[in-house]
Design a protein around this ligand. Sequence first.
Ligand SMILES: Nc1ncnc2c1ncn2[C@@H]1O[C@H](COP(=O)(O)OP(=O)(O)O)[C@@H](O)[C@H]1O
Ligand SMILES: [Mg+2]
Length: 160
Amino acid sequence: MKRLEVVSNSAAQTRRLGSRLGELAAPGDIVLLVGKLGAGKTCFTQGMAKGLGIDEYTASPSFVLVREYQGRLPLYHIDLYRLDRLEEVVDLGLDDYLYGKGVSVVEWADRGLNALPEEHLLIKIEHLAATKRRLTFEPDGIRYVNMVSKLKSIRRRSKK
Ligand SMILES: Nc1ncnc2c1ncn2[C@@H]1O[C@H](COP(=O)(O)OP(=O)(O)O)[C@@H](O)[C@H]1O
Ligand SMILES: [Mg+2]
């Protein structure tokens, strides 16, 4: 099974998961986050920033479309929250980021899915209870299938 499902019981656990993915990330990686407001997309991104060696991650207001951070690799944090039309996503000129040397993490990726790279790691976050979330990792493309299987084995090892 290529997919991975994880139930997170705290924001700290979601950040840790993000951090592990950040450690595995390679130049040009695309991570698409889908989930309602308050699901934990930004929380997961914070973890990824940490895993990429970025110390001064600050979540600024959601009207900022792209934020760039410098770590082991650059992190491009893209937030499509305010967009409602696909054409707007195309107009943004995100290609320099998406096909650049950094790692792109896209919140509200469902608002621009058809304009985003076909090969990607999609992560769906569902709100189950107050501090409980289900994260479903769905890789598309061999690079992301490998990434998820590495994440699985890291998790297996850390449980022992
Ligand atoms: N298991 C969990 N995983 C992620 N966030 C959680 C969890 N439990 C509680 N939270 C809280 O839910 C909120 C998620 O907010 P945020 O990451 O900004 O969501 P989004 O970016 O999806 O709108 C934060 O206040 C966080 O502390
Ligand atoms: Mg957010």
